[in-house]
Design a protein around this ligand. Structure first.
Ligand SMILES: Cc1cc2nc3c(=O)[nH]c(=O)nc-3n(C[C@H](O)[C@H](O)[C@H](O)COP(=O)(O)OP(=O)(O)OC[C@H]3O[C@@H](n4cnc5c(N)ncnc54)[C@H](O)[C@@H]3O)c2cc1C
Ligand code: FES
Length: 282
């Protein structure tokens, strides 16, 4: 499948209405909504881009698109219930409507990676923004580079998309999952996600890494990948900041000279980006 350049809706500040056609509970605080436009064609998007989703009467938040472009069925967005708006979205009933503005921002650039090995590292809900990219890579005919999917989760019952993890493995990806804290039923790896890096064998010179999760996890993962020889410029991360307009007008998502909604959310890693993230953390 060819990924086309996509443009947000004609007026990027005007939400289109989408109907919730299915709602899947992923974990105790994560829900995936399947969304179809109430009129007109479905959105064209690239893996890694996000939409601004409106829970009418409550507010609007940035949420990544978690389905693959061109996949059969409705667009999916996976939401973690952390506050007023995400709670309203997570509890939206099938048949109700939400607002959608987008798609916005940069993407994972998966269509450039046919010959590369791709190491994907996800922490927690960070698998959602990567899910479409992984499906695209695994399903694309003629790709030669191996795909590695490394997932870290706090606890076994917090692991999202278990069916996809199995499917990707069946279809040729190397998939490894670790949890911070196991339980009586968990027989897999225990430890933070970076402990999985030395367990896979890849050629760092022809590897591109896609990393998404809490910022601290991304920084440690970047360090681990760099220690194994992956050049910083071959590592892409997705950043989150509070967003309002989503189109580079309001300045809410500023990080130094960058606007995360316009210049990101997906960035090639660099020492400058590392400095910006670390300065903000101090
Ligand atoms: C580009 C982008 C993509 C995102 N993709 C997803 C996604 O796929 N799924 C998902 O569940 N969430 C995603 N988020 C985060 C989501 O936008 C926030 O969780 C949401 O804005 C919280 O709003 P609220 O009103 O529910 O909670 P609030 O009441 O606003 O906040 C509740 C808690 O969440 C924290 N918070 C608020 N906004 C953010 C933010 N932008 N990033 C991190 N923490 C925040 C607050 O500090 C507070 O601790 C994304 C954010 C960005 C910028
Ligand atoms: S959200 Fe307004 S400039 Fe980024």
């Amino acid at each position: 499948m060819l990924l086309t350049e996509v443009e947000p809706s004609v007026n990027p500040l005007m939400p289109a209405t989408y109907r919730v056609v299915a709602r899947r509970v992923e974990t105790d605080d994560v829900v995936t909504l399947s969304l179809e436009p109430t009129s007109g064609p479905s959105l064209l998007f690239r893996p890694g881009q996000f939409n601004m989703l409106t829970a009418f009467g409550v507010g609007e938040v940035a949420i990544s698109i978690s389905s693959a472009p061109g996949a059969p069925g409705p667009m999916e967005q996976t939401v973690r219930d952390v506050g007023a708006v995400t709670h309203a979205l997570c509890t939206a009933k099938v048949g109700s409507t939400v607002g959608v503005r987008g798609p916005f921002g940069t993407d994972w650039g998966v269509d450039e990676l046919d010959d590369s090995e791709v190491v994907i590292v996800a922490g927690g809900i960070g698998l959602a923004p990567l899910r479409g990219a992984i499906s695209y890579l695994v399903d694309k005919p003629g790709r030669t580079g191996q795909v590695y999917v490394l997932v870290g989760s706090r606890e076994p019952d917090q692991i999202t998309f278990p069916d996809d993890l199995e499917r990707w493995e069946r279809d040729g990806a190397v998939v490894k999952v670790t949890v911070d804290n196991g339980d009586a039923h968990w027989h897999g790896a225990i430890g933070v996600v970076t402990t999985l890096l030395p367990t896979i064998s890849f050629d760092p010179a022809r590897t591109v890494a896609l990393v998404c999760g809490p910022e601290i996890m991304m920084r440690f993962t970047v360090r681990g990948l760099a220690d194994l020889g992956v050049p910083l410029g071959s590592i892409r991360v997705s950043l989150e900041r509070n967003m309002q307009c989503g189109v580079g007008w309001c300045g809410h998502c500023q990080l130094g000279p960058l606007l995360i909604c316009r210049d990101g959310p997906v960035f090639a890693y660099s020492e400058q980006l590392e400095r910006l993230i670390s300065e903000r953390e101090r």
